[in-house]
Every structure is written in structure tokens, then in C-alpha cells.
Design a protein around this ligand. Structure first.
Ligand code: SF4
Length: 347
């Protein structure tokens, strides 16, 4: 079976070129063609026929296919259902802001973490995505914008907050980040990529040694162990205090920061006491908090709090001088908002 071209980062590609005595410029030419120019056809510029034949014989250029596109009528978010080679499916979301987009990428088919506030958690884990399936979501979404919203194909931020626990698929996610960051390719800035985790400590251990300098987000959701156990079952194995201790040890460069995500659930974790405990936990850290009012999904057991309760929660955090943003739902009319993705449940 041929290897996917899109599984290679730039160093891998250079090694292939060197080992096969091809012209050293071929690596930059191909990265530029497929990632900077985002072309779907084969590259015929600045590359010899023999080099082209080598890549055609030894690599495939397959990317996930777009199965269905859901466009939000409310805010122009776009959700893609992608079909993979083995017919598994994953979802990806383009989130608009000021005529630009952030893209929310999936890292696994389903997820093993089984978080109770998340529709993906109900799917269970089917398998990890490959690097090519991760970068493919980005390339196909970009091409869809170019074809359907010409002039708007500007995806400036990448967040690994779609389906799956990214640190549970560390190698493929790391390599995808390296491809996105490569100056020969999409050349996205390190501060524009965020990888989210539910607190998977084996992945955090590797993160502290190997992460390619991108930002980290922790799904925190409750400062109380019991409540967090209910929301994020792996908290029983990897408790919050241990997770926070690991994160504190991660050496951050000047452009890196940690965001703490907090889904607010009515009458569960939205009281002033919850906010005060959260503030005490994060005070003094270089932390940002995103407050996300819960987005419901078919069969969900939780509800979204009233806006005044959300604002009161933020006021308590403001007193701790922790920068806090209330994140309004985007794409919730097509089940594209935070916690609503589920590639088994189409409607
Ligand atoms: S919130 Fe993230 S880690 Fe938890 S089940 Fe959903 S996709 Fe998995």
C-alpha cells in the first residue's frame, strides 16, 4: 500500500528526497504546491518528470471526502461531515469571525473519554485519525471556501477541539501541527494553533517535552473533583490537581498560553461558589478562562444557564483578575457548537 504524501512533515519529505537522490529542491516545491497553494492536482512546475513519477509510484494523495455540508443560517458557521477511506466519518467546523475563519479539527473517530456533556463521547473510540486525515480536513475546508465563498478562504486559527482527545493521538496531532507551522506550507503562526485536552496526563507528559510550541487548552469544567468526575470520567484516573501540576511545569515560550475551558451547566456548576473555587484554583497563573454556556444535543441531560447567571459567574472571576471571556454559541442550529459533534448522528 502506498504511503500518504500528507502523512509527511517537511523533514520526513526531505529525508525521502535525499534517500532517493532526487533534486533537493523537490521537497520545498511539493510542500509549496500542496500546502501553500493548496492545489489538488499533481504538481508539474519546477519538478522533473522522474521526480514526479517517483512520487506517483510511491505515494497517494488521497484526502477525506466531503460527505455533507451543513451551513448555519444563524451565523455562517459551516460543519463538514467527512468520509474517510474506510467509510468512518468525522466532523469539522469552520467558525467565522470578521470575514475570516477558525477551524475546529477532529483528531479521532469518536472518543474514548466519554465526557457526559459531549455528544462525541457517546460514540466511543473507533480509531485515531492519521496525520493526512487531520491536515486533509483543513485543506478540504479551505478548498470548499474557495469554491463556495470566494475571497473568504482565510483560515487563520486552528483549534483541536473537534471529535477526539488530541493528546490521546499525540503523534499524528504533533505531526499535523508541524505541517501547519512549516514555512514551506501553510505557515500558520504558533500562537494561532491551540490543542485542547480533557487532562490526559500521558499526553501532557509528552507535551511538556515534545510539543511544537502551540497553545494548550484544558477542559476544566469544575474545580470540584466529584463534579469533574461526572463530567470527565478520566478525572478519576488523572485528577485535576495532578493535571494542573503537570500544566504548571510545562515551560511556555513568550507566545504560548494556557486557556481553561469551562462549560457552564444550569444548576450544576454555575453557582457563585463554583466560580469562587475556580478563581482560587487559577489565581496567580497566567490563565485565560473561556466560559461556554452548555450547548444541548439530542438526549442531553444538562441545560444551559440563564444569561444573568453566566454574567454573575464572570463577575466573580473578574474579582480574581483572571481574563475571562463568555463564548457565545456559534453554529448550534446545525449541531456544530462546542460539545455537539457526533458523526454517527446526522439529521
Ligand atoms: S469533550 Fe473532548 S475529550 Fe471529552 S468526549 Fe468530547 S471529544 Fe472526547
Amino acid at each position: 500500500m502506498k504511503q500518504s504524501f500528507y502523512d509527511l512533515n517537511f523533514s520526513d519529505l526531505e529525508a525521502v528526497v535525499n534517500q532517493n537522490n532526487l533534486n533537493p529542491s523537490v521537497a520545498a516545491v511539493l510542500f509549496n504546491w500542496h500546502y501553500k497553494k493548496k492545489q489538488s492536482s499533481q504538481c508539474h512546475n519546477k519538478i522533473s518528470k522522474s521526480s514526479l513519477a517517483f512520487f506517483e509510484q510511491n505515494f497517494d494523495f488521497f484526502l477525506p471526502e466531503i460527505d455533507t455540508v451543513y451551513e448555519s443560517q444563524k451565523d455562517r458557521s459551516v460543519k463538514f461531515l467527512f468520509k474517510l477511506k474506510d467509510n468512518h466519518k468525522v466532523e469539522t467546523v469552520l467558525i467565522p469571525f470578521n470575514n475570516k475563519y477558525s477551524i475546529c479539527l477532529s483528531s479521532q473517530v469518536g472518543c474514548a473519554m466519554n465526557c457526559s456533556f459531549c455528544f462525541t463521547g457517546e460514540q466511543g473510540l473507533k480509531r485515531n485519525l492519521t496525520t493526512s486525515e487531520i491536515v486533509g480536513q483543513f485543506l478540504k475546508a479551505w478548498r470548499w471556501l474557495a469554491a463556495n465563498r470566494p475571497g473568504e478562504e482565510r483560515i487563520l486559527n486552528i483549534v483541536f477541539m473537534g471529535q477526539g482527545e488530541p493528546l490521546h493521538n499525540f503523534d499524528a496531532v504533533k505531526k499535523a501541527c508541524e505541517i501547519f507551522l512549516s514555512q514551506h506550507g501553510t505557515s500558520i503562526g504558533v500562537q494561532k494553533i491551540t490543542v485542547s485536552t480533557a487532562g490526559y496526563i500521558p499526553g501532557l507528559k509528552r507535551w511538556s517535552r515534545e510539543a511544537p510550541g502551540v497553545n494548550l487548552a484544558l477542559s476544566l469544567h469544575s474545580p470540584f473533583e466529584e463534579k469533574r468526575n461526572e463530567l470527565i470520567p478520566i478525572n478519576k484516573k488523572y485528577p485535576l490537581d495532578e493535571v494542573l501540576a503537570y500544566i504548571d511545569k510545562i515551560p511556555l515560550n513568550k507566545k504560548q498560553f494556557v486557556t481553561y475551558e469551562y462549560i457552564l451547566i444550569k444548576d450544576f456548576n454555575d453557582s457563585p461558589d463554583d466560580a469562587k473555587k475556580l478563581g482560587m484554583l487559577l489565581a496567580g497563573k497566567s490563565a485565560y478562562i473561556n466560559l461556554i454556556p452548555f450547548n444541548s444535543f439530542p438526549g442531553s441531560r444538562y441545560r444551559c444557564p440563564d444569561l444573568d447567571k453566566v454574567e454573575k459567574f464572570k463577575e466573580v472571576l473578574d474579582a480574581f483578575k483572571i481574563p475571562t471571556l463568555i463564548r457565545g454559541a456559534k453554529g448550534d442550529d446545525v449541531l456544530a457548537a462546542c460539545g455537539q459533534l457526533n458523526s454517527n448522528n446526522q439529521y
